[in-house]
Design a binder for this molecule. Sequence first.
Ligand code: HEC
Length: 253
Amino acid sequence: MRPLRSLLAGVFAAGLLAAPALAQEGESLPHQKWSFDSLFGTFDLAAAQRGFQVYSNVCANCHSLQYLHYRDLSGIGLDGDEIKAIAAAVTVPQGLDDQGNPKDGPATPANQFRSPFANEKAARAANNGALPPDLSLIVNAREGGADYIYGILTGFVPAPSGFKMQDGMYYNKMFPGHQIGMPQPLQDGTVEYTDGTSNNLDQEAHDVITFLSWAANPELVERKQIGVRVILFLVFMAGITYAVKRKLWSDVH
Ligand code: HEC
């Protein structure tokens, strides 16, 4: 049985190693524990819902999330009525009125998330020339992913003495070049949670990153489940193949 056992061990090891190895880019980043890490990880939906609150109350003032529609929020466990209420509280352009003037009205679940600025020029003008990137895919778009964004959100520290800062920039130890055009968005107590969770900076950052990781990879959990099934199937097939080989060659020595 030795070869079979080492084959199985190999298959499992490959599967288990694959997930963390992918997340390990950007060595100097402080590695955080995420609910969605590892082969069997899933999104902590309570954290993702709090993260949506953080995004809505804070980040949405500057960052769009254009690939999300309000109805997508069912993916973090919100029900139809909650989603309708969230959408209805947002005013979006609704075509033209009878006089041909642009008109606004409450959003519906089918609407895209409203962007804070009408266009890139307006976004830059409001942010000292810096462009707040759309956050829909930001977790995938930055090396280091969730850990990197955690590093940014918790990386605002006083500039070392002698460091020359440009006007309108903020020192961030994790940002390449250390000068970022975003003022520190989260501090202890920025968002009041309704579920009694402590609202310190670390928690707020974890929550909003859980939400943004879901936004960028809504099918992640499904993909992992398929992966696990594929591995189990391969193990099963390896077992069958080995048994057949033993049987066919049993009288050859
Ligand atoms: C006052 C406006 C403002 C708010 C509020 C804000 N940001 Fe930003 N953010 C910016 C700007 C401007 C940039 C671009 C900075 C640059 O390129 O120098 C940016 C950049 C970023 C980046 C990209 C960093 C990189 O590597 O390029 C991330 C990630 C980010 N913000 C996340 C967030 C999150 C999460 C929140 C909410 C907790 C938030 N921001 C709130 C203005 C804001």
